[in-house]
Write a protein that binds this ligand. Structure first.
Ligand code: FUL
Length: 475
């Protein structure tokens, strides 16, 4: 008993001294955070059958895009500002977009290019040529493969991943879908996740692996592209499984404040109602304003945005999607062009900030300003204060935490000043990789940010204030 007590006292004092180390992102995860926004592409037999979940018995010959052009996909992705593309190499219907040796349900059996085509080859090459990252979705659930439901299927899955990494790498992100729609009499597959993970780590240690619970990236708990306003990059996974055994959706959306692993959230959402292309959804493409709003609710809440843009049955991104994506990029560029804080005089109350002020407005997440605790009795930390040379109108603030040091901030307060008078205050919880806050326009002479609660030593890498188009702000 005394030993346990001594250990507890020791742990509490370590915690107070800030000695207990929070999990930190790996180098690959940090690079992933920087990617912020990239494309998802659902493409396969469903594109030709108007289905969302193919049964796996679709004849291969239906896969026959008339004008497939992966260079067009990559060009559109780049024009939209996306930094990579993740393609459904194999969806639940089991159809492989590459001529896998381990399946008889592939592009090789289709009519497309007389069975000589390979979508993964074309896309991975186009990404390389134009400098985009290439990622792959491979569904564990397989409604076609004859071995599904037996131990042999684990070999099949491993061998397929070997083909992917050997022939189409480097693969920056690998997506394991948690869905499984087998009914009560359906096949039950016992997946050998440990083996799957070891295979990837061995073949490609730099790949980040996504699933409901990571190991590197987690699902955000919904398919509407919305991260929690409180969003921790930490997650406890002990006792949880992928699919039905995953943590509750709101836990996935918010993470765990003191979770044991760094597993940040990715927001997957489609530009259309469905994941696959359907002709009758050509008029239902999300507007540029709606895409911008999704950006605010995903990237602007510390997650990444994986926006699904499904190619049509020609094998092209439809004109309506292209228009919406270019409109979105334009809105983002125009509204985030002018960081008003660059013209303001910065100060760090309590510590000397004015000398190193460039750190938070230098457009580099590598430089940052740490904010020490004000004193031992309070939870408050130093305050960044910006004074404008003249009255300034603003309605958006963006803050980035230096997450290379961990995610520390659990409470912040933005204060708007008019001379020495407080005009208004906005409180928030987490910041993480990026937090974008919008509000009705304020005319101020100064703006400050106070970190009023943190789990470890907080550090801000970037901060910006903007006056964005008022129509883009939810009132
Ligand atoms: C889900 C799948 O069932 C959908 O078809 C889609 O692929 C989505 C991204 O993930 O789990």
């Amino acid at each position: 008993m005394t030993r346990i007590f001594t250990l507890l006292v020791f742990l509490v004092s370590l915690e107070l001294a800030g000695q207990i180390k929070q999990p930190l992102p790996s180098r690959q995860q940090l690079a992933w955070h920087d990617m912020e926004f990239y494309f998802f592409m659902h493409f396969g037999p469903n594109t030709f059958t108007d289905k969302e979940w193919g049964h796996g018995d679709e004849p291969e010959e239906i896969f026959n895009p008339s004008r497939l052009d992966c260079r067009q996909w990559v060009k559109v992705a780049k024009e939209a500002g996306a930094k990579g593309i993740i393609i459904t190499a194999k969806h639940h219907d089991g159809f492989c977009l590459w001529p896998s040796k381990y399946s008889k349900h592939t592009v090789r059996e289709s009519k497309w290019k007389e069975g000589k085509g390979d979508v993964l080859k074309e896309l991975s090459q186009a990404c390389k040529e134009q400098g985009l990252k290439f990622g792959v979705y491979i569904s564990p659930w397989d409604r076609n493969h004859p071995d599904y439901g037996t131990e042999k299927y684990n070999d099949v899955f491993v061998n397929m991943m070997k083909e992917l990494f050997t022939n189409y790498g480097p693969i920056w992100e690998l997506w394991w879908d948690g869905a499984n729609g087998e009914g009560p009499n359906g096949k039950k597959q016992v997946y050998d996740w440990r083996r799957f993970e070891n295979t990837v780590r061995q073949l490609s240690p730099t790949t980040v692996i996504f699933s409901d619970i990571g190991p590197d990236i987690r699902w955000v708990g919904n398919e509407s592209g919305i991260a929690g306003k409180t969003n921790w990059n930490y997650l406890d996974t002990a006792g949880y499984k992928r699919g039905l055994g995953a943590p509750a959706n709101d836990t996935l959306q918010q993470g765990n404040i003191l979770g044991k692993n760094w597993i940040p959230a990715e927001c997957d959402v489609s530009i259309r109602p469905g994941w696959f292309w359907h002709a009758n959804e050509d008029t239902l493409v999300k507007s540029p304003e709606c895409l911008f709003d999704l950006y605010l609710k995903s990237v602007g809440r510390g997650a990444n945005l994986l926006l699904n843009v499904p190619p049509d049955n020609r094998g092209l991104i439809h004109e309506n999607d292209v228009e919406a994506l270019i409109g979105f990029k334009k809105i983002k560029d125009e509204n985030f062009k002018n960081n008003l804080l660059k013209q303001a005089k910065p100060e760090l109350l309590v510590h000397d900030f004015s000398s190193g002020a460039g750190e938070v407005t230098d457009d580099s997440v590598g430089t940052f300003r740490t904010l020490k605790k004000l004193n031992r009795k309070t939870t408050g930390h130093g305050m960044l204060f910006f004074t404008f040379t003249k009255k300034t109108r603003l309605n958006c603030i963006s803050i980035q935490e230096a997450i290379q040091n961990g995610q520390c901030i659990k409470g912040f307060e933005i204060t708007f000043w008019n001379g020495g008078t407080v005009v208004d205050e906005i409180k928030g919880s987490t910041i993480g990789n990026k937090r974008i806050i919008t509000f009705p326009v304020k005319e101020v002479t100064g703006v400050s940010i106070l970190i009023n609660d943190a789990n470890c030593l907080p550090a801000i890498s970037e901060m910006a204030a903007y006056l964005i188009d008022e129509k883009l702000i939810e009132q």
